[in-house]
Ligand binder design. Structure first.
Ligand SMILES: Nc1ncnc2c1ncn2[C@@H]1O[C@H](COP(=O)(O)OP(=O)(O)OP(=O)(O)O)[C@@H](O)[C@H]1O
Ligand SMILES: [Mg+2]
Length: 315
């Protein structure tokens, strides 16, 4: 080896952009109107509303999410983004409405069955189990896999092989999320940002068709955000559909193929990031909550982190 040989940087994520190019082409002819029909929708929601007492948190007439794309759901605090996630994933019940995932109706289906059908989500406030270790949390993310049945469960060699496979998959994901050094630590000892990473890594254990991430970047150390962005983009290269809620407009612009804007429970705009960011309705929606910040300002991210920290302290 010559003296000037430098070790190449590891490339942990898919670096091709074929997925992005394909999705961009598929969406290029879609009109920029709220509730527009998509060429290959994986989620289709109709007349979904959720009232809390006299307050309407969600009022979505029609929404379609394009398969294989990275879609950002943005909007000011209290717009209904998390409530919509809760409804679609079976963690809350709507006042009205129906929706389907991958051509199957998911209205009224329990959260556990939604996850088994291939749609998994993470939470704005993390739900890592603090009294379990990081690796135990990861193992819990593994769900029923093809070929796994009662017979497997009853035959120890098969069962042990499956356990080994789950552990290997968990260790591989932990390494990708740079959490391998924390493998045997209690999840409760992790920082807020590390718990967000653990939650996303755990969500991927079931090899989902679609992941829904509620503010994945909030509280994550800036040194790790780049790899998290890389990971989300590599999901698209694998054909996984991503829907994420985010206040950081840099991140939204950087990785999303399509942006849906909510305000006061409704979808008020949607389109490719560059179009949506130039839209007056979006600016108005944000100015409702962020009077003194410009779109694209880092203050939005800082604001998100502050809110998350305040909420975590109040728990
Ligand atoms: N369980 C609940 N009971 C009563 N009101 C609720 C409940 N959950 C949400 N809300 C209200 O519904 C509205 C939408 O809240 P939601 O959490 O969905 O907003 P969001 O867009 O996720 O906001 P943020 O960006 O702050 O996370 C808010 O006014 C909120 O106070
Ligand atoms: Mg929210």
């Amino acid at each position: 080896m010559s003296a000037d040989y430098t070790v190449p940087e590891p490339v942990p994520f898919a670096t091709t952009t074929a997925g992005r190019d394909r999705v961009t082409a598929d969406l290029s002819h879609v009109a920029r109107t709220p509730g527009v029909i998509k060429p290959d929708a994986i989620v289709v929601a109709d007349q979904v509303t959720r009232h809390f007492g006299g307050m309407t948190a969600v009022d979505v007439a029609h929404l379609e999410v394009q398969r294989g794309a990275i879609t950002a759901l943005i909007g000011p605090n209290g717009a209904g983004k998390t409530t919509l996630f809760n409804l679609l994933t079976g963690f809350d019940r709507p006042s009205t409405g129906t929706w389907s995932f991958d051509n199957r109706s998911l209205s009224g289906v329990s959260a556990a069955r939604v996850a088994r059908s291939g749609m998994v989500r993470t939470f704005q406030l993390t739900k890592a189990l603090s009294r379990m270790t990081v690796i135990e949390n990861m193992r819990l993310g593994a769900t029923h896999q093809p070929g796994e049945n009662l017979f497997t469960a009853l035959v120890p060699p098969l069962w042990r092989a499956r356990e080994k496979e789950i552990t290997e998959q968990a260790e591989e994901l932990l390494a990708r999320f740079k959490l391998d050094a924390k493998r045997d630590d209690y999840a409760g000892s992790l920082s807020g940002g590390q718990r967000k990473l653990l939650e996303m890594a755990r969500a991927l254990m079931s090899r989902p068709t679609m992941v829904m991430l509620d503010e994945p970047m909030a509280g994550v150390n800036p040194a790790l955000t780049q790899s998290l962005l890389g990971h989300i983009q590599s999901l698209r290269e694998d054909g996984t559909t991503v829907l994420f809620v985010e206040h950081d407009m840099h991140m939204v612009r950087h990785i999303s193929d399509w942006v849906v804007v909510m305000a006061e429970g409704r979808i008020v705009a949607e389109g490719p990031p560059e179009d949506v960011m130039a839209d007056q309705a979006v600016i108005d929606a944000y100015l409702g909550a962020h009077h003194d910040t410009d779109l694209g300002d880092d203050a939005l991210l800082e604001d998100g982190i502050e809110r998350l920290e305040a909420k975590e302290q109040n728990r």
